[in-house]
Design a protein around this ligand. Structure first.
Ligand code: IMP
Length: 193
């Protein structure tokens, strides 16, 4: 079965590719000839994931899925949440986002947070499904590690002493938000095919 992953994020592709396995042929946006930026104007993760997948389905007519992820910090009332990418401004600068987050959290002893991923899948007929995954942890005092992307260097998952940027990708995929959502998605696809 061929599926397009509606993302321009090379890190997300690298995470998801091994999780889908041999059975599914993953096509990138570049491979299907989609060069434009996908719209992402919703105010929930669910809406954004669906909007990105729907854009590809409407323009290219193929089965596709998209993920939208937010970092939800308890003491900030769930912020930055759906606005995680542009937390520090429209430039979507991960370094600036992290600096803003650390500054916001400086006065707060409670640094609990979770990552939440929503995957929207649209089959070739236009029918839609959603899958989600979360991982709880806390925001560290300072960035640690060089792996991963986005907020990984300041997120330490519960049960670990390392941040996601210090852990091997296989571990992040096993315990992480995206890995859990993709596992549910793959189980669904496997039952259906
Ligand atoms: P989006 O899902 O691409 O909209 O991502 C929203 C924001 O969260 C961006 O700033 C991403 O860099 C960040 N982000 C998404 N997934 C992850 C992740 O797995 N780890 C760390 N940051 C992430």
């Amino acid at each position: 079965m061929t599926l397009c992953f509606a993302t321009n994020n090379a890190h997300k592709l690298a995470e998801v590719r091994p999780l889908l396995g041999e059975r599914f042929n993953l096509e990138t946006l570049a491979e299907i000839g989609c060069t434009e930026e996908l719209p992402e104007t919703g105010d929930t993760l669910d809406a954004n994931a669906l909007q990105k997948a729907r854009y590809v389905w409407e323009h290219f007519g193929i089965a596709c899925f998209a993920d939208d992820t937010g970092l939800e910090v308890t003491v900030l009332g769930g912020a930055p949440g759906v606005y995680s990418a542009r937390y520090a401004g429209p430039a979507r600068d991960s370094g600036a986002n992290i600096q803003k987050l650390l500054a916001e959290l400086a006065p707060h002893p409670n640094r609990a947070a979770q990552f939440r991923t929503v995957i929207a899948f649209i089959d070739a007929n236009g029918q839609t499904w959603q899958f989600s995954g979360t991982v709880t942890g806390h925001i560290t005092e300072a960035p640690r590690g060089t792996g991963g992307f986005g907020y990984d260097s300041v997120f330490q998952p519960d049960g670990f002493t390392e941040t996601f940027a210090e852990l091997p990708l296989a571990v992040k995929n096993q315990i992480g938000h995206r890995g859990k959502a993709v596992a549910d998605f793959v189980q669904f696809l496997t039952q259906r095919c």
